[in-house]
Design a protein around this ligand. Structure first.
Ligand SMILES: Nc1ncnc2c1ncn2[C@@H]1O[C@H](COP(=O)(O)OP(=O)(O)O)[C@@H](O)[C@H]1O
Ligand SMILES: [Mg+2]
Ligand SMILES: [Zn+2]
Length: 396
């Protein structure tokens, strides 16, 4: 039996199952009841809060035959039925009435032209063709402009849903032609409840505080919570052979994952590896870390090395034995003077971050600067390739 990741397996297929976004699903359901569906929508919010999920349920709902044919059902239930031919096509991933377009990798004017061509043709079956354009803030200005006309005069059968984590990067010309929905961070309690029902469905016992710890770690993203749960299950069940998730196990695993991030940073420094450093930055972002938080713990990580350099012992480091050994081992690859300079830089950044909103970018920059401050960084000129690497990301 192939293992299906939890996030995929438990993707809601009805409005009612989309947690904590009732202000959005309710409004959409109302417009369906009134037969007033718009042509352009912006779904904004953190990753893993239900943007793509809501867009798919919406696409399914506007094409559901029961919703179209049965006014009482439409009024009273207002959910895709899951049984008609259209719904079944959607569930099998075989519907032609939904097109998902990843703007992060298809962001040229030519890509948009192709999309525009495609939009001209109506659906063969069903009512609407729904275009979900993910990471829409990655489109170039020219690509946005190429799209504007389509959005000004959309064909009657087309619905565009633009999903983005960065609303402020969408030009006003586009935003003003769309209905905007801002997806919330999901409260810890609701994430915990969702995790609990997943564990119930999987026949896995779980401590309430273990699940709460996972929920807290996810910082408002349901997807993050679910992928942490995947790891926790693999970790907890492998080790014990039991189908139980205990608080201690989860705490151990989460701190292990944390430690990994920090050791990767010092690895990247010791080997002057800018690519590895950028990977850490991306992982931090993906794993739902707050950058300030991460920097704070990174300072502590550096402090541990300084302790070892000064005391020649890992006795004062409050970490499990294998982690202490790793500190001992890695300490020889790092110069204490340089560690001090890096710590200074981090402390300074920590103060500065409070005043800026572009955290992600500054965070990447400071991590790369750490390499520059090290001997490894100065020998091989790290800055040049690092800048190269960043360029495509920044110019998008
Ligand atoms: N509001 C939510 N309620 C229930 N599950 C959710 C919610 N948001 C996300 N999920 C879970 O996370 C997964 C990814 O969600 P998705 O809608 O793709 O997030 P994004 O906002 O990044 O588009 C879904 O498959 C689902 O399992
Ligand atoms: Mg998405
Ligand atoms: Zn249906």
């Amino acid at each position: 039996m192939s293992y299906q990741v939890i996030a995929r397996k438990y993707r809601p297929s009805r409005f009612a199952d989309i947690t904590a976004q009732e202000h959005i699903t309710g409004t959409i359901q109302n417009s369906l009841r009134m037969g007033r569906v718009g042509h352009g929508y912006i779904f904004s919010g953190l990753r893993g809060v239900g943007k793509t999920t809501a867009a798919r349920v919406f696409a399914k709902a506007v094409n559901c035959q029961r919703m179209i044919d049965d006014p009482v059902y439409l009024k009273e239930v207002t959910e895709p039925c899951g049984e008609c031919e259209s719904c079944r096509d959607f569930d099998a991933g075989a519907s032609l009435n939904i097109a998902e377009f990843d703007a992060a990798s298809n962001n040229s004017v030519d890509d948009i032209r192709l999309l525009r061509e495609n939009v001209r043709y109506g659906p063969q079956k069903g009512r609407y063709r729904v275009y979900i354009i993910d990471e829409v803030h990655m489109l170039s200005t020219a690509a946005f402009n190429a799209f504007l006309k389509t959005l000004e005069e959309p064909p009657p059968h087309a619905i565009f849903i633009f999903a983005t984590t960065e609303l402020h990067k969408i030009p006003a010309t586009i935003a003003s032609r769309c209905q905007r929905f801002n997806f919330k961070r999901i409260p810890i309690g609701e994430i915990q409840r969702q995790l609990q029902s997943i564990c119930d469905a999987e026949g896995i016992g779980a401590d309430a505080d273990a699940l709460q710890l996972v929920a807290r770690k996810a910082q408002g993203s349901m997807r993050d919570a679910q992928s942490i749960l995947d790891q926790v299950i693999a970790f907890a069940l492998d080790a014990e052979g039991a189908r139980e998730i205990r608080y201690e196990k989860v705490a151990e695993l989460l701190s292990y994952i944390d430690d990994e991030h920090f050791f990767m940073v010092t690895d990247a420094i010791a080997s002057g590896d800018a690519a590895l450093m950028l990977e850490v930055a991306m992982m931090v972002n993906r794993n739902g870390y707050d950058e300030q938080d991460f920097i704070e713990k990174l300072i502590e990580h550096f402090r541990n090395f300084l302790i070892i350099h000064n005391l020649r012992s890992s006795r004062l480091i409050e970490r499990p034995e294998p982690v202490k050994e790793r500190y001992q081992r890695d300490a020889s690859r790092l110069d204490p003077q340089e560690i001090m300079a890096m710590t200074d830089l981090l402390l300074q950044t920590q103060r500065e971050l409070k005043f800026y909103s572009e955290h992600q970018f500054r965070f990447e920059l400071v991590l790369l600067k750490l390499i520059d401050l090290s001997g490894a960084g100065r020998q091989g000129s790290v800055s040049a390739p690092a800048d190269e690497k960043k360029k495509p990301q920044l110019s998008l």
